[in-house]
Write a protein that binds this ligand. Structure first.
Ligand code: NAP
Length: 494
């Protein structure tokens, strides 16, 4: 076997959301051949699909940007969803990525050919192309989870998932039902409570809420950001954000330590001092530890949920009927519109695309117990397939852009082996991945996410599906792949 140097590579990037755009920029800057496959007609991923009222990004806006594309134009400390979408659109325009993106092109299959060390990418329309590298950037919170409630289809008014917002649905002056009290449901309460005649918020579990400040930037401040990007860095790298991330990851991994105690104290104090009506207070009091579910960051939820138009319904839903929702105790809520803020199937990732790797191994088979990836990025049995924001990456109230950028640095070093001809294919060994996953699972069970609540952070076996160590440990792991954990195969000379 001999190696070939300076091999020109063909890359397929799947998804034109935040992570796919990142990969596209990096590959374009290298002058390499790549195609981005996007199943929709527009870029933006989660920010394209979610347009519900109240949508905002609960990561400070100046920290929710690519490190190389600061954005002086943010209107407020926390940006609205449409502003975030606008940010990605202008980045795509600046790097002229539209010409590299194939819109309305859903990838339906990926098949590895060990003979050529290449992936065949098949689209839903049956067309195919061949690539050396596949970057899966298809997102996590992408496939809506609809509740299994009897009679849901019998509702006469509009009933829709929050990621499929129906602009024609009556909200103003209407009787609106909202099922779900995750980050999405909470944001919707704060945005429509004053518009509706009545909002019935069906809440299966209450939430802990971390109070955060929100304020608008003035035009003078934006002008200063334009002139001096160091002012943006001062926000992005301020202790209020970076320090909080580190304290937060310390807290979730040391659940009886001082940082977690502080988070719990702040949330409890916020709760106790904010809710005036004793009956409502008991409805909103969580019976699990703060940060077990994803913490709600809000500057206004507790105030807005106390608006007289809002009724928090904590009873058991019996069924949906044509004119509303019937509770198990017989109570009936007549509704014009029913909003389903019931979350996402967070275990799908690139699926339902069929992925077949070495020796016929399928992704469905490899992920039969739980979705897993080596350091959240690579997969044994699936050479030259790299995941951005794949399974078991860090989760929490911080910027997934930063996570994706660090993952890209790791991936890029592995792709270098292909570029310089040291390898035709690269993937983690089964042994290295199993050892990693064993350590990860053991640690994940001791994090706050595993402390006794339900959430999308848990896999089908109840184990937190996330990075279970500190943020610094993640940064260290992404800085340099440990090549002894990888099966590196060289090219066979023709
Ligand atoms: P989610 O956190 O999974 O919450 C789903 C909600 O629906 C929960 O309250 C759940 O109750 C409830 N639910 C599900 N099935 C139900 C059923 N059959 N009957 C009654 N209630 C049901 O989903 P999400 O709110 O869409 O948020 C998902 C994630 O998106 C967030 O955690 C966050 O990562 C991201 N997000 C981020 C932002 C942001 O500002 N950056 C904003 C929105 C969303 P239980 O808790 O009892 O299961």
């Amino acid at each position: 076997m001999t190696a070939t140097t300076n091999r020109p590579l063909r890359h397929a990037v799947i998804g034109a959301g935040m992570a796919g755009i990142l990969a596209a920029i990096k590959l374009k800057q290298r002058g390499e051949h790549f195609v981005v496959y996007e199943k929709a007609a527009k870029i933006g991923g989660t920010w394209r699909e979610n347009r519900y009222p109240g949508l905002s990004c609960d990561v400070p806006a100046h920290a929710y940007t690519y490190s190389f594309e600061p954005y002086p134009e943010w209107q407020a400390y926390y940006a609205t969803g449409s502003e975030v979408q606008g940010y990605f659109e202008q980045v795509v325009a600046k790097y002229r990525l539209a010409e590299d993106i194939r819109f309305n092109s859903e990838v339906s299959a990926l098949d590895w050919d060990a003979g050529t060390s290449q992936w065949t990418v098949t689209l839903a329309d049956g067309s195919r192309d061949v690539f050396d590298v596949v970057i899966a950037a298809s997102g996590v919170l992408h496939h809506p989870r609809l509740p299994d409630i009897e009679g849901l289809n019998s509702f006469e008014g509009p009933a829709f998932h929050t990621a499929r917002w129906d602009d024609t649905a009556p909200i103003e002056g209407a009787k609106v039902g909202l099922i779900g009290s995750g980050s999405t449901g909470i944001q919707i309460v704060t945005a429509i409570n004053k518009k509706v005649d009545k909002l019935v918020h069906f809440q299966r579990s209450p939430q802990w809420v971390m109070p955060v400040p929100q304020f608008q930037y003035t035009e003078e401040e934006r002008e200063a950001f334009r002139r001096d990007p160091a002012l943006i860095d001062a926000i992005r790298f301020a202790d209020e954000y970076i320090g909080n991330i580190k304290r937060f990851t310390d807290a979730i991994t040391d659940i009886d330590g001082p940082q977690m105690t502080m988070i719990e104290d702040v949330c409890r104090q916020h709760f106790e001092s904010s809710i005036r009506d004793p009956e409502l207070k008991e409805k909103l009091r969580p019976n699990y530890r703060a940060a077990c579910k994803r913490l709600i960051y809000s500057w206004c939820y507790y105030e807005e949920v106390q608006h007289p138009a809002v009724f928090v319904e904590t009873g058991k839903v019996a069924r949906v009927e044509p004119k509303g929702v019937r509770m198990a105790d017989g109570t009936f809520h007549e509704l014009d519109t029913l909003i389903l803020a019931t979350g996402f199937q967070a275990d799908k990732f690139i699926r339902p695309a069929g992925v077949t790797g070495e020796n016929g191994m399928t992704l469905d088979a490899f992920w039969a117990t739980r979705p897993t990836a080596h350091y959240a990025v690579t997969l044994p049995h699936f050479p030259n397939l790299f995941m951005l924001n794949g399974p078991t990456g860090p989760v929490g109230n911080f910027s997934l852009i930063d996570i994706a950028e660090r993952q890209w640095d790791y991936i890029d070093q592995l792709i270098d082996l292909l570029r310089n001809g040291e390898a035709a294919s690269v993937m983690p060994t089964v042994e290295a991945h199993n050892a990693y996953e064993e350590r990860r699972i053991a640690a994940a069970k001791t994090t706050i996410f595993g402390s006794g609540c339900t959430s999308w952070y848990l896999d089908a076996t109840g184990v937190p599906a996330s990075w279970p160590w500190s943020y610094d440990a993640f940064a260290d792991a992404m800085a340099k792949p440990v090549l002894s954990e990888y099966a590196i195969r060289t090219l066979v000379a023709a």
